[in-house]
Design a protein around this ligand. Structure first.
Ligand SMILES: *[C@@H]1O[C@H](CO)[C@@H](O)[C@H](O)[C@H]1NC(C)=O
Ligand SMILES: *[C@@H]1O[C@H](CO)[C@@H](O)[C@H](O)[C@H]1NC(C)=O
Ligand SMILES: *[C@@H]1O[C@H](CO)[C@@H](O)[C@H](O)[C@H]1NC(C)=O
Ligand SMILES: *[C@@H]1O[C@H](CO)[C@@H](O)[C@H](O)[C@H]1NC(C)=O
Length: 237
């Protein structure tokens, strides 16, 4: 019986991590641009929208899953033309004012609360604020996927959480489309060598979870948020 459990456990690990290609993210001196080909700036709000709207294409929101007390699981939800919640990208090299392909980033849903921005490469500690809006990954045993969420380990009771950095890779340019990108997650402490693509998984929650995957990376564009003079917010791309 013990053997069986061990076999199951290692199978489970293979399922969760064995498929990761583990390769470092692709880095270059190419700039990441928003959908209207504008330069992107750290700590500025952007909407993240899927490239293939026809497959169900809204932005990002947070839902409550498992035993979490607060909505701490990222969902790319289905209603088209719904931009969802903005994200903020933070870079660790303070002198860098623009976002280049492959550089380590922290992603936060909001500038506050408790988004660790001073040192992107420093992992979220165990004492992290469960309300932190910074992205991490957690292993959801119920669906056997490693999912993207927010908050510290306390926000995902009973589940393994890993902090790390996010990196943007450029999808080869398609002149008929907006700039589109892939997202890579690298486990903290791996010196950016233990990395995986972010893909999606439909768990019947009205959208798709963002998960670690080797195949089928999630393709998306960034939309800058403009404030109209009348005070309403719109996004141009
Ligand atoms: C987290 O947010 C909730 C709801 O806003 C609040 O009640 C709680 O005190 C916060 N917890 C911490 C540790 O900040
Ligand atoms: C969630 O809570 C239920 C009820 O307390 C418990 O049975 C279950 O094991 C918990 N799940 C995790 C992943 O800790
Ligand atoms: C990557 O990191 C995860 C989490 O720490 C670990 O389980 C896995 O074995 C690592 N993979 C490689 C190839 O080092
Ligand atoms: C839009 O402008 C209002 C008022 O100037 C400001 O409070 C709000 O934060 C702005 N929103 C964005 C997304 O820039």
């Amino acid at each position: 019986m013990k053997k069986f459990v061990q076999v199951l456990f290692s199978l489970w690990l293979v399922l969760l991590f064995g498929l990761l290609d583990g390769k470092p993210p692709h880095t270059s001196n190419r700039l990441i641009m928003d959908a209207s080909a504008g330069q992107m700036f750290p700590s500025t709000p952007y909407y993240l929208m899927p490239r293939h709207h026809e497959l169900g294409g809204g932005g990002i929101k947070l839902i409550k899953t498992g035993n979490s007390t607060y909505p701490n699981t990222i969902l790319q939800y289905f209603p088209n033309d719904n931009f969802g919640l903005p994200i903020h990208l933070y870079i660790s090299v303070i002198s860098l004012l623009l976002i280049f392909e492959g550089i380590p980033l922290a992603i936060c849903m909001e500038q506050n609360p408790a988004c660790v921005i001073s040192s992107v490469s420093v992992p979220i500690e165990g004492s992290g604020n469960p309300n932190s809006s910074r992205w991490l990954v957690f292993v959801d045993n119920s669906i056997q996927k490693t999912c993207v969420g927010t908050g510290g380990p306390e926000a995902h009771p009973g589940l393994l959480t890993y902090s790390g950095t996010f990196h943007i890779e450029i999808l080869e340019k398609d002149p008929l489309r907006y700039n589109s990108y892939k997202l890579v997650f690298c486990f903290a402490g791996s010196d950016y060598k233990n990395c995986s693509y972010i893909g999606t998984y439909d768990n019947g929650e009205g959208g798709r979870r963002l998960i670690l995957t080797e195949t089928n990376p999630f393709l998306f564009s960034f939309f800058h948020i403009y404030n109209n003079s009348d005070g309403t917010i719109k996004s141009v791309g």
